[in-house]
Design a protein around this ligand. Sequence first.
Ligand SMILES: Cc1cc2nc3c(=O)[nH]c(=O)nc-3n(C[C@H](O)[C@H](O)[C@H](O)COP(=O)(O)O)c2cc1C
Length: 321
Amino acid sequence: MTAARSLVVDLGGIVLPTPVMIAAGCGGTGRELVGLVDLRRVGAIVSRTITVTERVGADMPRIAESPAGIVWETGLQNPGLDPFVSGELLRLARGGARIVVSIGGGSLEEYVHMTSVLQGRPEVAAIEIHLSGRDDELDRDVLGAHPDRLNEIVGAVARMSLVPVFAKLPGGCDDVVGLARTAVRAGATGVTLLASPPALGLDATRERLRIGTVSGWLSGPALKPITLRAVFDVAQALPDVPVIASGGVRTGEDAVECLLAGAWAVQVGTATLTDPAAAVTVAQGIVRRLNAAGLTSPAGLRGRLRPPEPTGAESHPVSTP
Ligand SMILES: Cc1cc2nc3c(=O)[nH]c(=O)nc-3n(C[C@H](O)[C@H](O)[C@H](O)COP(=O)(O)O)c2cc1C
């Protein structure tokens, strides 16, 4: 008799019914998805990134299409922590979602304050730390790209938090494995790989930028190979650390690739914008693959990647671009 199949995953203390989450900023505020997707069938929803005080957001337009994704900049529009807690958070919880709250800030004090407010809230299943923003205190462009600061911010949040903490590492950084190691040593339960890398959209005909802010971030299918590489490298280096893949996942097959590369769970971002139930469809795709492979859980896919077949040809050293 084969054991019963289950999609349940335990990411170092947060137990999800499926390994497919809705990525930060792509699931709306809890109003938009009502009637379009049953959030109880989604692994978890990550809130848009919340800051201590309200952010009105970036100038319009905020999204520009690109051949394999979108360039976007929301300016982290959000109502601020207290209105979020009394409004959006409760609304999402009423829909039956497991909620991961994404927190962002420009100073240590802001991260500490947000953690202190969130840690007493029963609706919060985990915290994801947004680390791609500006570091106002140290006057640096990308707060989480610097190991000293990553250590400080993640360490402070992890020490205070009563729920698991995931560090969402900035996209476009050189040493992803080094940053992941720093985050985990500082106390992160796991890492989300990766945040969108910086990008620019141009309209050659009108000789204009395509989004209201000068530059933005890239999301969508173009990111999948970058996600796979980051997940693979980190999973090889830190096999016991829960890795959540984010970037370019829109089908069950994409998710299976991420799990094979070593991810414990995946997040679906841009695909949710066009299909609110994408996270559910992706989970169904994982089920099909588990059935076909005779596996009983998504964890069974981890580590199944086979090394390349020897060709007999002389091996070449690993290249650097
Ligand atoms: C419109 C939009 C808003 C986003 N807002 C946030 C956000 O508030 N915080 C965050 O960490 N990531 C945000 N992201 C990035 C996603 O969470 C995700 O990491 C990224 O889109 C890559 O995944 P994808 O290729 O599946 O879209 C946003 C992405 C989009 C498209």
